[in-house]
Design a protein. Structure first.
Length: 486
């Protein structure tokens, strides 16, 4: 029987003395992080036997192993790892294997809960990985990314950096990564890898993209961090091993209770192309935005912010006059070459709360399926979830159901959601709150920790999951991951 293998390529820092388990290097800008993973058994008839392997970041040596079973349709959290040999802190990467089909995601937080982030596990590596957004000294934001060698042999990698503006930076970086090991590449000034001293333009900052090539399969995860005073932002996304000529973005927002989005689109083809970002019908209370149309050179990326006015927002729209917009986006291009995209969701600090920021990866509509697994949903301890489903198929979807797993909290079982027809390209949002759901989560469900399976009738679906705690003062307690299509 073929094993399912999940890889978490972000560097994880696990502090066993903490209640929770992390997603960035152990000490970064004076911050310490803990991480956890959620693993879901997708088999409808068989128990899953799983093994969790912990690899040291620099050497790739195996430092701990956890074996466990997950019942039919069940889900488990490893946070910290159970029955493992880990002693003290851990800084490395994780691989999860199973004899059944599984879905998995990782989440991380700073030890004082000021920052949260989440990503979906990567199933397989690629010889080329694309990062649509890399930056330094950008209004306080810096990125760093972790690259894991997913093979049994040493990997020689090369990183190419592309500025968003005119010209090419000419900056490249090479490294050798041991089998199973990971390495952090930090763009902040003064780091030991290529950084703003090498990348910055005349304004002293760098905003652009990157491409990583290797002689072995690899995976990468990017973190965007801003850690100044009342602006604690942490966002994360996985790199792309491939792209598509159409990219779907299930959730785009402007002036939505203070939230807005920013879209970063990268051309991973070899020629310049004209890119179009079309917005779906507004589900908010504002006007309809115009499509974005622009040329994009090979390797280049363009940022379009759904806030403020042009030209500063990089958009064709004045979002102040459009007002409240909630919808989705579809990215196409004139040459039908491959593109990739990420979406930042942001709400600035206000009245002692936040700021809140998170990132998700745009979808290849060809990857859409009628079934999606969501390993983690919350309505617990001031956390709650919202998930956005988009019909990425070419025709209307007749019906969608959401089946919730057993409650790991102290509340009642939620009833399953029933969603009516969904037009081609259209999104729908479900909140584990008191609105936009078949459940009254506060009064009828209460404390809920669980997962869900989304099933459509003759559908091609994609989904993202947002999880947030809006009660914490001065902290980015917002994370996102994409659903697992199967």
């Amino acid at each position: 029987m073929k094993k399912t293998i999940m890889r978490f390529v972000l560097a994880l820092t696990l502090i066993l003395s903490m209640v929770l388990a992390s997603g960035v290097p152990a000490q970064y800008e004076g911050l310490t992080f803990n991480s956890g993973i959620r693993v879901m058994n997708l088999s409808a008839s068989n128990t899953a036997n799983i093994t969790v392997y912990y690899y040291a970041k620099s050497s790739g040596s195996l430092v701990a192993t956890v074996t466990d079973t997950i019942g039919v349709g069940g889900v488990k959290t490893y946070y910290p790892p159970i029955d493992s040999d880990l002693d003290g802190s851990f800084d490395g990467s994780i691989i999860v294997t199973s004899n059944r089909k599984i879905a998995a995601m990782a989440y991380s937080h700073e030890v004082d809960f000021s920052y949260y982030m989440g990503t979906k596990a990567i199933e397989s590596g690629s010889a080329t990985t694309y990062l649509p957004l890399v930056e330094c000294n950008n209004n306080g934001f810096n990125t760093f990314f972790n690259v894991q060698n997913m093979s049994v042999s040493s990997a020689n990698i090369t990183i190419y950096y592309y500025p968003a503006g005119a010209g090419t930076s000419g900056v490249t970086e090479t490294a050798t990564i041991a089998a199973g090991a990971a390495k952090t590449f930090d763009q902040k000034t003064g780091s030991s890898t290529k950084n703003c001293d090498d990348l910055a333009d005349g304004s002293g900052k760098f905003v652009g993209s990157a491409k990583i090539t290797s002689n072995q399969p690899m995976g990468a995860t990017v973190m965007q961090l801003k850690s100044t005073a009342e602006n604690h932002y942490l966002m994360s996304n996985n790199g792309f091993g491939s792209g598509s000529d159409t990219v779907e973005l299930p959730l785009i927002m402007a002036n939505n209770g203070g939230y807005y989005t920013g879209v970063q689109i990268q051309n991973i083809g070899t020629i310049t192309t004209t890119v179009t970002l079309d917005y779906s019908t507004n589900k908010g209370a504002g006007g309809e935005p115009d499509s974005e149309v622009f040329d994009l050179g090979s390797g280049k990326a363009r940022t379009i912010i759904q806030s403020g006015a042009p030209p500063g927002n990089g958009s064709a729209n004045n979002w102040d006059t459009i007002g409240n917009y909630v919808g989705a986006g579809t990215v196409t291009n004139s040459e039908d070459i491959n593109l990739v995209a990420v979406v930042n969701q942001v709400k600035p600090y206000a009245s002692g709360k936040g700021p809140y920021a998170t990132t998700y990866e745009g979808f290849d509509p060809g990857d859409g399926t009628s079934k999606i697994a969501i390993p983690l949903l919350l309505h617990s301890n001031d956390f709650w979830s919202g998930y956005q489903i988009q019909n990425v198929g070419g025709s209307s979807c007749s019906s969608i159901t959401v089946e919730y797993t057993a409650n790991e909290g102290s509340g009642n079982e939620p009833i399953d959601e029933t969603i009516g027809s969904l037009a081609a390209g259209a999104p729908v949002t479900i909140l584990t709150d008191v609105t936009a759901s078949d459940n009254d989560w506060d009064d009828d469900v209460g404390d809920y920790i669980g997962a869900a399976l989304i099933t459509g009738s003759n559908c091609s679906l994609e989904a993202i999951v947002n999880i947030i705690n809006t009660t914490v003062s001065n902290g980015d307690t917002f994370m996102t991951y994409t659903g697992y299509n199967y």
